[in-house]
Ligand binder design. Structure first.
Ligand SMILES: Nc1ncnc2c1ncn2[C@@H]1O[C@H](COP(=O)(O)OP(=O)(O)OP(=O)(O)O)[C@@H](O)[C@H]1O
Ligand SMILES: [Mg+2]
Length: 303
């Protein structure tokens, strides 16, 4: 599979001397969905800003489609990589939503008709049809987040980088956004990189997770990462709610080989159990249930 992003020994220090990234090594392959997880201040945003050359690494190299980003022209980078910033106010700067979403396509040199089509399509995908003439800066935070994604979708970049895309969205908008991201990956083969604290969204959104704390402290599938409690503790990460629930059910005697991480996996797991156990699920309280419960670090703070 083709490498779309390659990062070798990347370290970055901000001008004030803050060392934000240390010796990062990463490879992202075409069509993958990658999560970047880690505590506040771990360097997630700093890392993402290297993917389209906004920040230039003080040490090490970043390659996009095998070519050093330092050797790529600005237009080439913008075509390859779209970045949705953590703060939508960093993304939106034109008078209207239309102008903001049209900005990228205009810069790609598309004609007026193509630009209008790109804007229409991007806004419609995010449930923002009719927002064209609204002033971006008067929108609510959640609306701004969706417009920010529209400004990048309209560029049709091969790689989409999202910094905390689901933060502060209402549950409906969050679900819609997850659907849009998944469909961009599935239907249009866009490679996705997401930095997020939304552990409930990670299992269904990504194939692999890099755990970052200034440097990469762990890497694996969502299942590998969420089963590694040492790693989760180091990174201040929690596990998905569904995983906790099934861990509790396991303490009550529910026998499942692999704890589900998403609602879909939970339904599959339950269906399998019902089929193989003649339609019954047996739960029981035994002497050790509570002790086991208190020993489960993952829900200690819920007790
Ligand atoms: N412009 C800057 N100048 C100096 N230090 C900075 C700057 N931006 C970020 N930092 C510092 O770099 C480190 C990494 O910050 P970064 O924003 O990349 O973290 P993050 O993982 O995205 O955090 P969060 O989860 O809060 O978004 C932090 O210690 C932060 O204080
Ligand atoms: Mg950040």
């Amino acid at each position: 599979m083709r490498e779309v992003i390659t990062i070798n020994n990347l370290s970055y220090t901000y001008p004030d001397g803050t060392r934000a990234l240390e010796n990062i090594n990463m490879k992202v392959y075409e069509g993958e969905k990658i999560g970047i997880a880690g505590p506040n201040g771990a360097g997630k945003t700093t890392l993402l800003l290297h993917f389209n050359g906004i920040l230039n690494g003080s040490k090490g190299e970043v390659k996009i489609f095998g070519k050093k980003i330092k050797d790529k022209k600005r237009e080439e980078i913008i075509k390859d990589v779209g970045v949705v910033f953590q703060d939508p106010d960093d993304q939106l700067f034109m008078p209207t939503v239309f102008d903001d979403v049209a900005f990228g396509p205009i810069n790609l040199g598309l004609n007026k008709k193509e630009v209008r089509e790109r804007v229409k399509e991007a806004l419609s995908k995010l449930g923002l049809s009719g927002y064209e003439e609204r002033c971006s800066h008067h929108l609510s935070f959640g609306e701004k987040k969706r417009v920010s994604l529209a400004t990048v979708i309209s560029m049709k970049s091969r790689i989409l980088v999202l910094d905390e895309p689901t933060a502060n969205l209402d549950p409906g908008s969050r679900m819609e956004l997850i659907k849009v991201i998944k469909s961009l990956n599935k239907e249009e083969k866009v490679t996705i990189i997401i930095a997020t604290h939304d552990v409930n969204a990670l299992p269904e959104l990504v194939d692999r997770i890099y755990v970052l704390k200034k440097t990469i402290i762990g890497e694996g599938t969502p299942y590998q990462v969420f089963s590694n409690f040492d790693l989760l503790n180091k990174a201040n990460l929690d596990v998905p709610e569904i995983f906790k629930l099934f861990k509790i059910l396991r303490c009550f005697g529910y026998n499942c080989e692999k704890l589900p991480l998403s609602m879909q996996e939970a339904v599959e797991q339950l269906t399998k159990t019902i089929r193989t156990r003649g339609g019954h699920i047996h739960l029981h309280i035994h002497e050790h249930t509570h002790t086991i419960g208190t020993k489960l670090k993952i829900y200690e703070h819920h007790e």
